[in-house]
Ligand binder design. Structure first.
Ligand code: NAD
Length: 699
C-alpha cells in the first residue's frame, strides 16, 4: 500500500480486534484512495487468524461525510463503494462501525454495510443525497428500509435531513449508544458479541416490511413527494428504489438503484443542485483578497435609520449576538421602528419558533438613540436612510466626525453610486455597500458592494460579517442596481412588453411559476408596491432616457393601483387576503392600451414567456460578468438563488442559459431582436463570443 494511503487509513490490532481508522480530514470523504485502503485492510483483517473481529472508525468529528462530490460525473477508480460494501458483506468476522460525529451519505452507506453500528450521543446519521438531486447510490436505498421502518427510511432519504444518535437507536439503525472513548467501547462491544457467540448480522439478508397494503403505501408516498418536491426528480426515484427494496431480492434492488442513480446524476436538475453547492462556497473567494487577509473586529454595530430596512438589519445583528445602536432623527420614527422590531420578534415567538426569553435577550442588545454621537464605539455603521444622494452624503460627512477611526461605514443603498457616497468622507477606504434584501432579517442574500477605494480588509471583514449574520454575501462592483436589480430591470421590461403584445399578468405569472419561480413577476410587483418602481421610473426618465419600458406600468399606478396595499394592482385582492385574483378591469385597460400604442394582440406561448424573461436575465448577466461587476457567473446564479426565489433545480439564470446552450440562447435573442421592441435586445458581446466558441458562463 502506498504511503499516502497509509496516511489516510490506519490499521492496528488491539486485543484481537482489527482497528481500521479513517484519517482523511476534514470529513473522511470517501475518495478513491480511501476506499482502496479500507478494502485492503478489510481483507488483511479477514485473512489474519489472530484477528477475531474488526472496527471501522473515523474521527471525533466525522465517521465519514460521504462521497467526494467532485468525483461525480467522472470515471471512478476501483473499488467503488458498492464493491467495498461487498467486501464488508463477505467478511466472516463481525464488523462494527463506530460512529463518532456524523455519518452522512456514502459514510452512512459504509456504516450500513457493517454488521453492527455503535455511536456517540452527539452523532448524526443521514442520507442527504436528495439535496444534490441524487439518491444514495451504494445500497443505501436497499439497506436502510431493511433495518428501519419503511416510512422512516423514506423520510430520511427524501428529506435528506440527518437524525440524531438517540433517534437512530430508537429506530434500530444504531445498536448501542456509548459514552466516553468510542474505540474502547467498540472493542468491548465486539468482545461481548464474540463471547455471546452472536452471529454477524448482514442487513442485506433482512426483509423490508411495510404496514398495510404495499401498493397503497407507495402510491401515497409518491403522491406526497411529488407534492413536496415539484420539479425535483430524485425523491420519486428514491420511492421507486425503496419499493424495490421491498419487492426485489437485494442484488436486483441494488442494480435498480445503480441504474436510477446513473440516470439522476446526468439530469440537469442534479447538475444544477451540485452547481449551487459549489457556487455557495465560492462567493467569498475574491482574487487579490486572500483568505488570511487581516480582518477588523466587529464587536459593536450601529444602524442609521429605523425604517423598513434599518429595523431588519438591526435584528440581524441582534440575532447574531452583536449589540447594535439604532439612530433615528425623530423620537416618533425611533419608537415606530423599535415597535416594529418588537412585533416582528413577537410574531416569531407566537409561531413557537423563538423563546420569549430569547426575544427579550435580543431586544436588550438593541439600543435606540437620537444622537449620532452614540455610535462612536461602533465597529461598523450601516446606513439605511432615505434613498437620496444628498441625504446620504450629508450623513457620511457627519460620520466623518462621529465614527471612531477604523469603523466600517456601510451603505444599504439599492441604486446610488457607492463611490460618490464614499467621496463625502476623508476615509473612502472604510466605505462599502451592504445591500440587504427585504425583509432584511429573513432574506439570505447580501450584496457586498466594493467601491473603487474600499480597503481589502474592509471587504474581507464585511464578507466575514455577512456569514456571521447568516447571510450569503456576494461581491458586486458599483453599477446602477448592482447585480440583482440591474438584471431584474431587463426581466421587468420583458414581462411588461409581453402584456403589450397580448399576454395577461396571470398568464405570465403562471408560465414562470410552472417553470419553477417562487412567484411570478406581476404578483411580485403587487406585493412590493407598484409605486416604488413608478418613482424609480420617473427619476430614470430624466437620468437614463434610453431605457424604454411599457407605459402600462405607469397607467396602473396613475389609477392608484399600487398592489396589495391598495387592494388593486395588476390583480385585485380581497380584504385580508394576499391571493392575486385576475381582474377584468386590467384586461380592459390592457386592450385599450394596446390599441393606443397600435399593437395587435397575438397569442403568446408559455415557452416564449419563459425564454424572454430568462434570457433577459442571462444577457444582462453576461454584461455584468464582462464588466467585472460580478466576479464569476456562479456568483450571479447565487444572487438569484438566494435573493430572487429562483428554483435551485434550475441552478440560476447563468447556469440555465448554459444548460440550454449559449448558441441557442443567442439565436433566440436574435429572433427577439426582430420582434416587438426588438431594439431593446442587445446580445452581450461575451454571450456572442461564448456561443461561437461553444463555451459556458460557468466553467
Ligand atoms: P424607509 O423610508 O422605510 O426608512 C428610512 C428611515 O431613515 C426613516 O425611518 C427615516 O426617518 C430615517 N432617516 C432618514 N434620514 C435620516 C438621518 N439623517 N438620520 C437618521 N435617520 C434618518 O426606507 P427603507 O425602505 O428602509 O430604505 C432605506 C434604504 O435601504 C434606502 O437606501 C433604500 O434604497 C435601501 N433599500 C431598501 C429596500 C427595500 O426593499 N425597502 C431594499 C434594499 C435596500
Amino acid at each position: 500500500m502506498s504511503e499516502a494511503a497509509q496516511r489516510i487509513v490506519h490499521y492496528s490490532v488491539r486485543d484481537g480486534i482489527a482497528v481500521i481508522t479513517l484519517n482523511n480530514p476534514p470529513v473522511n470523504s470517501l475518495g478513491n484512495a480511501l476506499r482502496a485502503a479500507i478494502m485492503e485492510y478489510l481483507k488483511k483483517a479477514e485473512g489474519d487468524p489472530a484477528v477475531k473481529g474488526a472496527v471501522l472508525i473515523g474521527s471525533a468529528k466525522a465517521f465519514s461525510g460521504g462521497a467526494d462530490i467532485r468525483e461525480f460525473n467522472k470515471p471512478r477508480e476501483k473499488p467503488d463503494l458498492a464493491e467495498l460494501n461487498d467486501q464488508q458483506d463477505a467478511m466472516t468476522k463481525p464488523l462494527v462501525a463506530a460512529i463518532g460525529g456524523f455519518a452522512l451519505g456514502g459514510g452512512l452507506e459504509l456504516a450500513l454495510a457493517c454488521h453492527f453500528r455503535i455511536a456517540l450521543p452527539k452523532s448524526q446519521l443521514g442520507l442527504p443525497e436528495v439535496k444534490l438531486g441524487l439518491l444514495p447510490g451504494s445500497g443505501g436505498t436497499q439497506r436502510l428500509p431493511r433495518i428501519i421502518a419503511m416510512a422512516e427510511a423514506l423520510r430520511m432519504m427524501t428529506s435528506g435531513n440527518p437524525i440524531a444518535a438517540e433517534r437512530a437507536k430508537l429506530l434500530g439503525l444504531v445498536d448501542e449508544i456509548v459514552e466516553g472513548d468510542l474505540l474502547e467501547a467498540a472493542v468491548l462491544f465486539l468482545h461481548r458479541l464474540l463471547k455471546e457467540g452472536r452471529p454477524r448480522r448482514r442487513i442485506r439478508d433482512m426483509q423490508a416490511k411495510v404496514d398495510g397494503d404495499p401498493k397503497a403505501f407507495f402510491a401515497q408516498a409518491r403522491e406526497q413527494v411529488a407534492r413536496e418536491w415539484k420539479g425535483y426528480p430524485a425523491p420519486l426515484e428514491i420511492v421507486a428504489c425503496a419499493q424495490a427494496a421491498l419487492t426485489r431480492p437485494f442484488d436486483e434492488g441494488r442494480k435498480f438503484e445503480r441504474e436510477r442513480f446513473a440516470h439522476l446524476v446526468n439530469t440537469t436538475e442534479s447538475k444544477a443542485l451540485r452547481h449551487m453547492f459549489f457556487a455557495e462556497r465560492q462567493t467569498t473567494r475574491v482574487p487579490g483578497v486572500p483568505e488570511d487577509t487581516p480582518v477588523r473586529e466587529i464587536r459593536k454595530a450601529a444602524v442609521v435609520g429605523a425604517g423598513t430596512m434599518g429595523g431588519g438589519i438591526a435584528m440581524c445583528f441582534a440575532n447574531a449576538g452583536i449589540p447594535v445602536t439604532v439612530v433615528e432623527m425623530k423620537q416618533e420614527a425611533l419608537d415606530k421602528g423599535l415597535s416594529s422590531i418588537r412585533s416582528n420578534y413577537a410574531g416569531t415567538v407566537a409561531k413557537g419558533r423563538l423563546k420569549h426569553e430569547e426575544m427579550e435577550r435580543r431586544m436588550s442588545l438593541i439600543t435606540p438613540s437620537l444622537k449620532l454621537e452614540d455610535m462612536s464605539d461602533a465597529d461598523i455603521i450601516v446606513e439605511a436612510v432615505f434613498e437620496r444622494m444628498d441625504v446620504k452624503q450629508d450623513l457620511f460627512k457627519k460620520l466623518e466626525v462621529t465614527a471612531k477611526p477604523g469603523a466600517i461605514l456601510a451603505t444599504n443603498t439599492s441604486t446610488l453610486d457607492v463611490d460618490l457616497i464614499a467621496e463625502a468622507t476623508q476615509r473612502p477606504q472604510d466605505v462599502i455597500g451592504t445591500h440587504f434584501f427585504s425583509p432584511a432579517n429573513v432574506m439570505r442574500l447580501l450584496e457586498v458592494v466594493r467601491g473603487k477605494q474600499t480597503g481589502k480588509d474592509v471587504l474581507a471583514t464585511t464578507l466575514k460579517l455577512g456569514k456571521t449574520l447568516k447571510k450569503l454575501p456576494v461581491v458586486s462592483g458599483v453599477c446602477d442596481g448592482f447585480i440583482g436589480n440591474r438584471m431584474l430591470e431587463k426581466y421587468v421590461q420583458q414581462s411588461l412588453f409581453l402584456l403589450d403584445e397580448g399576454a395577461t399578468p396571470a398568464q405570465v405569472d403562471a408560465a414562470l411559476q410552472k417553470w419553477g419561480l417562487a412567484m411570478g413577476p406581476f404578483a411580485m410587483y403587487d406585493m412590493a408596491g407598484n409605486d416604488i418602481g413608478w418613482e424609480i421610473r420617473k427619476r430614470r426618465a430624466k437620468e437614463r432616457p434610453e431605457m424604454v419600458y411599457s407605459k402600462f406600468a405607469d397607467r396602473i399606478c396613475e389609477l392608484g393601483r399600487f398592489g396589495q396595499k391598495t387592494g388593486k394592482g395588476f390583480y385585485r385582492y380581497e380584504a385580508g387576503n394576499r391571493k392575486p385574483i385576475p381582474d377584468p378591469e386590467v384586461e380592459t385597460l390592457l386592450q385599450s392600451y394596446r390599441k393606443e400604442i397600435g399593437v395587435e394582440t397575438r397569442q403568446v406561448s408559455d415557452e416564449e414567456i419563459v425564454a424572454r424573461c430568462m434570457y433577459a436575465l442571462a444577457n444582462e448577466g453576461a454584461y455584468i460578468l464582462e464588466e467585472g461587476i460580478a466576479l464569476r457567473a456562479s456568483d450571479i446564479d447565487m444572487v438569484y438563488l438566494a435573493g430572487y426565489g429562483f428554483p435551485p433545480y434550475r441552478g440560476g439564470p447563468m447556469f440555465h442559459a448554459d444548460s440550454v446552450g449559449l448558441d441557442k440562447v443567442l439565436a433566440a435573442i436574435e429572433r427577439f431582436q426582430k420582434g416587438y421592441q426588438g431594439a431593446q435586445w442587445k446580445p452581450a458581446p461575451l454571450l456572442a463570443k461564448f456561443a461561437k466558441e461553444g463555451k459556458r458562463f460557468n466553467v
